[in-house]
Design a protein around this ligand. Sequence first.
Ligand code: G3P
Ligand code: CA
Length: 284
Amino acid sequence: SPLEQQLKDLQSFQVIAHRGASGHAPESTMAAYELAHEWGVDYLELDAQLSSDGEVVVFHDDAIDRTSDGEGAINDYTLEELKALDTGTWFNEANPDSASDDFAGAQMLTLDELFEHFGHDARYYIETKSPQLNPGLEEALVEKLEEYDMIENGRVLVQSFEQDSLLKVQELNDDVPLIQLVWYYPSEEDDSKLVEWTGVTPGPAEITDEDFQAVADYAVGIGTNYLYDGQEVIDADFVQQAQENGLPVHVYTINETEEMERLMDMGVNGLFTNYPDRLLELVE
Ligand code: G3P
Ligand code: CA
């Protein structure tokens, strides 16, 4: 089945366009997703949140200030209000070398618009962002995934830092493949011990097979950071141990070619990147 094929594909290397080709076009806009899709990435990554009137929108920050001409919490605005924002001009101002008139006035995307545009011709790597600030997000998201037949067609992964959010999705539809996101940072007591992780109950000093198995119980993979303050927080042993416990490893967010190569040498199963063009060049 297409869903089985998708899970099989997770064993090989996946190119994941982080908020679209967001190094080249304003993040989370149609321009960024179109570029990534044209280049033939494996997944379009996106962060899902809710407008005040319950529409699922594609947006990363809790506040709209950084990437639009508005201000305040995204959840305080109706879809109509969010649609009136310009989510492209900030990019032109911040990146004069990549600026384009096409980006100016870009509208915030709904999940509907993204699904209508690419349909089953793309795969989507969807994060339930800030679940506490977006109550009802899981229900609204799963409804959309079902409406567009994304799950059985092997088109979607749902990712979250919050285990509860993933379990909620699973309860709503237990066919949705889930990715547990983790965020490692050095231990305060002993910086040779690198690990705390969010998402699962409080951080172990070392990651055991049991920790990985606890994730493998509900998830099909793990998404992790690579560096904290320039220090590596995962290594080849981590990758191997995760894989031995049945969890492919995807690493966010890797934009430099040299780091891409280093992680590919470690045997990771995919990278989130704002520059999928650089990664595709290495993969080919
Ligand atoms: O979803 C993987 C990565 O995107 C997590 O970090 O903050 O970019 O959503 P963030
Ligand atoms: Ca994300």
